[in-house]
Design a protein around this ligand. Sequence first.
Ligand SMILES: *[C@@H]1O[C@H](CO)[C@@H](O)[C@H](O)[C@H]1NC(C)=O
Ligand SMILES: *[C@@H]1O[C@H](CO)[C@@H](O)[C@H](O)[C@H]1NC(C)=O
Length: 389
Amino acid sequence: MLISTPLLCLALSLLKLATAQDLSVPTSWRKFSNTRPLSERISIAQNAINSILPQLNSANGEFNGKFRYLKCIGYWQSGNVWSAMANQDRFAGTTVNKVQVVNNLKNVFKLRANYDQFGPLYMHIGHMGIQLYWLMQSPPGTMSQTSDVVTASQASAGRNPNKSFTLSSTCDGVTMAGGVFWRPTSDDQSINSITTGLSAYLAEITKDAKYTNAAILSANWLRSHNLNGNIVLDTVNAHDCSRSPANWLFTYNSGKFVEGLSVLADVTGDSQWRTLMVNIVATAVKFSAWQGSDGIITEGVSTSSNNDGVGFKAIFIRGLYEAFARNPSNTNLRILIHSYIDVQYNALLDLAANGSTYSSNWHGPPQGFTTWGQLAALDVFGSAIISNN
Ligand SMILES: *[C@@H]1O[C@H](CO)[C@@H](O)[C@H](O)[C@H]1NC(C)=O
Ligand SMILES: *[C@@H]1O[C@H](CO)[C@@H](O)[C@H](O)[C@H]1NC(C)=O
């Protein structure tokens, strides 16, 4: 196998040249620019945040899903509200939201180890809040994101000490090292993209090689096991290598990987991660599973009841924003991302707005306030502050 490596590399680099990504903006996209001044973009975003805050349940840091039933939108969706609010301060250069964000995250961390509703080490959403917590506080040394990663030795031994089943050492001939379990439950066999796409932030913030190595291992896992072309798939079963259904194509899987790769490229200085990130962006913003030729995201439309899928597109936009921010010299990439964000921005404002509240259906029509619809819009508004001039 080793002998053929140089040939394989040559073949791969030729392939890359041949499939160099098209970063052009489709002219069929609906309204891919805007002329709203910075101050207006900041107030649109802050007003959208202010409209969700009355739903805060300060006992548990979550938001009520106020529409017909009074129940919360779930703690990971709620975590995304805190992320959007922290980003709002970052983008607007203010501290308007800081006290709320810090106090509520502190409260949730007090209630739940590792911001985790479902048991220790379940990092799925905690990670969004946690990243911000890390950014705002000094890094707490007690948490580790590496514990749920399948290590190289666990993969070859076919065992993880916390799991009751045998691990498949390889799937399709490639090691399963680097995958991150969806849940810590001893019989849960799923390794998925959303949990695997993240540890680069920890590497960047802590500068600890342990996290850099975990992030590289995980990026390799994702590339080898869970990419179809340039679209990130959902789940691989660690025991028998079976996959999530072919139609489980969610924006947030590609979004989190784009975000993680953008950070990993900066942390490692290794250009292969930037190249992979650009390829995924170029494909994902034109992918027919979640938008038509007008470019408006159609995923996660749920106008009358809460659905976790509504918030996926917000995570996608956040990942794209991170790629935009971290690649100042890639003009074509930045124009593509800016245009895509503006398509969503203009759709929300023209088609889905009722005052400062927004439908989860970005094609509209406007409707009464829903917490989940409002949450999904926040990242678009925040990103549009920065991605426009
Ligand atoms: C197993 O779970 C315990 C407790 O949740 C944790 O401290 C430990 O790091 C886990 N070990 C592995 C190998 O994942
Ligand atoms: C706008 O929101 C208000 C308050 O939630 C609601 O009463 C009204 O019906 C909404 N308008 C439309 C056009 O849906």
